[in-house]
Write a protein that binds this ligand. Structure first.
Ligand code: PMP
Ligand code: GLN
Length: 382
C-alpha cells in the first residue's frame, strides 16, 4: 500500500509571493508584488564574499554564527538602541529572518498555547504557529491607519496567552509602532509571563524622520523578546537568506537547542564579508532615505492614476486603495491587473486568515525608477 500523508498544514496553499511572481513571469508583467529590489546590490560586498571564499573561509563557522560578525552586530545594537548584548549568549546568526521567526516560535510554543497575531500579518506567522499546535488569536489592525487597538488586545489576553507577535516597520502596510504603543505594550505585559516575538527585518527602512521602536531599546520588553532581523533587507540581497535573532540568555539557550539540529550553522563566506562590511555604517544608516525617495517617486507617478495611496512610514511597501476603480475582490483585481495591464501587486487580503478585503493592493517600491515609471505608464490605463 502506498503510504498517504496526513498534512500538518491542511489549509495552506502556495505562498502568495510565489503565486504572484509566477503570474508576473507568465504574463511578462512588471513585478511590484514580491518584495525584492531589482537594482544591483553593493559591489564592494560582493567583492568581500569573493575575498572570503578565495581566502579559504569555506568551512563551518561556529554554530551560533561567526564570532566577529556577532561582535559587530552587538556594537551596532549598542550604538542604535543603547543595549548591551552578550555576543556569546544573546545572538545567533540564522539562514534568514523567516527561519529566525520559525525557530523562535518552535522554541517557545506548546500545543494549545495562544498567540496574539495582528492582521494583516506576514504570511509565515500563522502557519508557523499552527504547525506547533498553538492557536493564533487574530486581531485586525484598524483600517486605514492600521493602528493597534490596545483595548481589544487587553480583552483577548487569556491565561493561555503565551506570546504576542509584533512587526515594525510593518509588512504589508508600512505602519510603525510608536512611543504610545510601547507604553501600552509595557502596561499590558507587566506582571504576565507573556513573551514577545518582534519581527524587525525592516529596522532601517524608516521614512519621514520617524524612529524605529525596537524591543531592544526597552529592558522590560527585551527581557521577554525574540527579536528577528534579516541581512537581505539591509544590503539589497534578499536571495542570500541570512539573518539573526537576538534574545536574552535563557531564551536564546533554548532557541539554540532547536537551531542546532535544524540548520546548525550558516553560510561562512557571507558572514566573513558582512562582519567587515558592517563597519561602513552609512550603508545601513542611509537606507531609510534611499527608500523614502523610491516611495515618493512611485507616489508621485501614481497621482496620474486612479489609485489612492495609504500612508507608508517604512518597509518596501505601500498600500494603494482602488475603491474608485472597481468592486472586484483584491485577489481578482490583482490577477486581472497582472494579466491585462502587466503590473503584478499583492492583494492585502492574502495577509488575513479570513481574507478581509478593504480594496487595497500592496505595491513594492524597492525598484529602479525606470521600473516604477513603466508600471505607472501601464496603470494610467486602468
Ligand atoms: N518578516 C517580514 C515581515 C518580511 O517581509 C520578510 C521578507 N521576506 C521576512 C520576515 C523574512 O526575511 P528573510 O528573507 O530574511 O527570511
Ligand atoms: N518578504 C517578501 C514580501 O513580503 C517576500 C518573501 C517571500 O517571498 N517569502 O514580499
Amino acid at each position: 500500500m502506498t503510504p498517504s500523508i496526513q498534512s500538518k498544514l491542511p489549509h495552506v496553499g502556495t505562498t502568495i509571493f510565489t503565486v504572484m511572481s509566477a503570474l508576473a513571469n507568465e504574463h511578462n508583467a512588471i513585478n511590484l508584488g514580491q518584495g525584492f529590489p531589482d537594482y544591483p546590490m553593493n559591489e564592494a560586498l560582493i567583492a568581500l564574499v569573493n575575498k572570503a571564499m578565495q581566502g579559504g573561509h569555506n568551512q563551518y563557522v561556529h554554530m551560533n554564527g561567526l564570532p566577529l560578525l556577532r561582535e559587530r552586530l552587538a556594537e551596532k545594537i549598542k550604538d542604535l538602541y543603547a543595549t548591551n548584548i552578550n555576543v556569546d549568549t544573546e545572538i545567533t546568526i540564522t539562514p534568514g529572518g523567516t527561519y529566525a521567526i520559525y525557530t523562535a516560535l518552535t522554541t517557545i510554543l506548546q500545543p494549545g498555547d495562544e498567540v496574539i497575531v495582528f492582521e494583516p500579518a506576514y504570511d509565515s506567522y500563522i502557519p508557523n504557529i499552527e504547525i506547533n499546535g498553538a492557536v493564533p488569536v487574530l486581531i485586525s489592525l484598524v483600517y486605514p491607519d492600521y493602528k493597534i487597538d490596545w483595548e481589544i488586545v487587553k480583552q483577548k489576553v487569556t491565561p493561555k496567552t503565551k506570546l504576542i507577535m509584533l512587526n515594525t516597520p510593518h509588512n504589508p502596510t508600512g505602519a510603525l509602532l510608536n512611543a504610545d504603543d510601547i507604553v501600552q505594550l509595557q502596561n499590558l505585559l507587566k506582571g504576565t509571563g507573556i513573551f514577545i516575538l518582534s519581527d524587525e527585518v525592516y529596522e532601517h527602512l524608516i521614512f519621514d524622520s520617524k524612529k524605529h521602536e525596537s524591543m531592544l531599546r526597552y529592558p522590560t520588553l527585551y527581557e521577554r523578546s525574540f527579536v528577528c532581523f534579516s541581512f537581505g533587507k539591509v544590503y539589497h540581497c534578499t536571495g542570500w537568506k541570512l539573518g539573526y535573532c537576538v534574545a536574552p540568555p535563557a531564551l536564546m539557550k533554548e532557541f539554540r537547542k532547536v537551531h542546532q539540529f535544524n540548520c546548525f550553522t550558516c553560510n561562512s563566506p557571507v558572514q566573513f564579508a558582512l562582519a567587515e562590511f558592517l563597519q561602513q555604517k552609512n550603508n545601513y544608516l542611509d537606507l531609510g532615505f534611499f527608500l523614502q525617495q523610491k516611495r515618493d517617486y512611485l507616489k508621485k507617478g501614481m497621482q496620474q492614476t486612479k489609485f489612492k495611496p495609504l500612508p507608508s512610514y517604512g518597509s518596501y511597501f505601500q498600500l494603494y486603495s482602488y475603491d474608485d476603480i472597481t468592486d472586484e475582490s483584491e485577489k481578482d483585481f490583482a490577477i486581472r491587473l497582472t494579466k491585462e495591464y502587466g503590473v503584478a501587486t499583492i492583494p492585502a487580503s492574502a495577509f488575513y486568515k479570513k481574507g478581509e478585503d478593504n480594496k487595497v493592493l500592496r505595491f513594492c517600491f524597492s525598484k529602479k525608477e525606470s521600473t516604477l515609471n513603466e508600471a505607472v505608464n501601464r496603470l494610467m490605463k486602468v
